[in-house]
Design a protein around this ligand. Structure first.
Ligand code: SF4
Length: 184
């Protein structure tokens, strides 16, 4: 067994969706060894091998595995978070147990989409980044033609939770983000 236990450490509002919560769970064991095997068996993962993160998209939710903790975004409530964490623990352990039969996949996997970024931007079309709309900025960002730091409003307290989720997503996909976990 690779992952023995987990514990919900923090429950935060999910500013990406005001109706939902964001959950950070501490885990009892380092789990990064299983990431390339999960990346091989699951569709649509974003794997950042150097940063040791794997983001799984499941039913519109973002589940990001780090080597010592797990974050869940767009979650209904703590009950759902517990169910997802149990599902993840079983998936991690089962995949790890059968790793000898799986060809590990170290590729980045699914590309980040502009719409995924757009949903986490302020959405005000204020043009401070030099683009006419937030969507135009998201398209440039995903194409690495601009930097997230150009969206000044995103760095205000109002968008703190959106920023955290977006930074996590960008970081997991291998993009540069400033002080990615400094305010998580
Ligand atoms: S600065 Fe940010 S909020 Fe304003 S238009 Fe650009 S991406 Fe949208």
């Amino acid at each position: 067994m690779l992952l023995n236990s987990y514990k919900i450490a923090r429950v935060l509002p999910c500013m990406a969706d005001p109706e939902k919560i964001r959950v950070i769970a501490e885990i009892s064991d380092e789990i990064h060894e299983v990431f390339p095997y999960l990346n091989a068996v699951l569709k649509g993962c974003i794997y950042n091998h150097p940063a040791l993160t794997l983001t799984i998209k499941k039913d519109g939710k973002l589940l990001t595995l780090h080597f010592q903790h797990i974050t869940l975004a767009k979650i209904e409530d703590e009950k759902e978070a517990e169910e997802i964490l149990k599902w993840l623990r079983d998936l991690i352990n089962e995949t790890y147990e059968h790793r000898d039969q799986i060809e590990p996949n170290y590729s980045k996997g699914a590309e980040l989409k502009a719409l995924d970024i757009f949903k986490l931007l302020p959405g005000t079309n204020c043009k401070k980044c030099g683009e006419l709309t937030c969507l135009a900025f998201a398209v440039k960002l995903v194409g690495r033609d601009t930097e997230i730091t150009k969206c000044d409003p995103l760095f205000s307290e109002k968008y703190q939770e959106k920023r955290k989720v977006l930074f996590e997503l960008l970081h997991a996909a291998g993009y540069d983000v400033p002080n990615v976990f400094s305010d998580s």
